[in-house]
Design a protein. Structure first.
Length: 283
């Protein structure tokens, strides 16, 4: 891959919980100082992984490492088996570890894209620094977390049926929020992991479609609204990324009501780019 990229994505949630916080009863994540919502990079990458797995299922080179089908260490051991390297040997030859690392990059999309720490277990595969990095997504306005009481017309145990047929529960939702996330793709790191321009195109498609096969009652209605990309001719970048991010401004308009759709925001794009940078709006 010869180009370095920056990108900005805008997506929203309606009547849902986009990313529950285990430290807060699985309520939507929120910055307690500002009231703005946020979504972790791990959550976003999970959806990208899921789309790639659906799109490329069974295709060589597009396995997904981080998923709950088997332990990570067992996958590292399978790499050694495929390469016919010594198993569970103390004092591993560093050349064997590097061969196993390259095998993981070739065969697992998320390893060559996001990187991975694979230094655990008896058959370590080293550490890969991923060329694709995504910041936490942040809501453009403070969010309001609403607790909705729900009923279930079925009891979990026979003992509970003696007091009635229904149970009361709750779900925490955000009526509406527009989120912004920014990211980076490094050409020098991509050369080390084997990430190709075809992989990058798949990555853009995964971002655009990451919510389409991930719908659930808990997450409500989530939509990718905008995806803007900046391509640098220089593999090391033609200008600092924050200057490009500043060219996308999103502000809440003058409506006296809280925002309830993307139309309650004004999106302004400065398309005048520095030399060597190409702008593209992919959605």
């Amino acid at each position: 891959m010869e180009y370095t990229y920056n990108f900005v994505m805008l997506f929203d949630v309606e009547n849902g919980n986009p990313n529950g916080d285990p430290d807060a009863g699985n309520n939507p994540r929120v910055d307690p100082e500002t009231g703005h919502g946020f979504i972790t990079d791990v959550c976003i990458k999970r959806k990208i992984r899921n789309y790639v797995e659906l799109c490329k299922e069974g295709e060589a080179g597009y396995n997904i490492l981080v998923k709950p089908d088997s332990s990570l260490n067992s996958k590292f051991t399978r790499a050694y088996e495929e390469l016919d390297l010594p198993l569970k040997q103390k004092g591993k030859d560093q050349r064997d570890v590097e061969r196993a690392r390259d095998f993981m990059c070739r065969n697992y999309f998320d390893v060559r894209a996001f990187g991975a720490v694979m230094s655990t277990g008896d058959d370590p595969c080293g550490i890969v620094r991923g060329p694709v990095q995504i910041n936490f997504a942040k809501s453009l306005s403070p969010v309001f977390i609403q607790d909705v009481t729900i009923t279930r017309q079925a009891r979990t145990t026979d003992e509970r049926t003696t007091t009635g047929n229904t149970e009361i529960g709750r779900k925490s939702i955000i009526p509406y929020a527009l989120y912004r996330a920014e990211g980076y793709i490094s050409a020098p790191l991509a050369k080390k992991t084997g990430l190709t321009e075809e992989d990058v195109e798949l990555f853009w498609n995964a971002i655009i479609n990451m919510f389409e096969n991930d719908h659930s009652a808990a997450r409500g209605k989530m939509c990718l609204r905008k995806l803007y990309t900046f391509r640098h001719e220089n593999p090391l970048g033609n200008c600092p990324s924050h200057l490009l991010f500043d060219k996308i401004t999103v502000t809440q308009n003058n409506s006296p009501l809280p925002p309830r759709s993307i139309h309650d925001y004004d999106i302004v794009v400065d398309k005048e780019m520095p030399d060597g940078v190409t702008f593209d709006s992919k959605l």
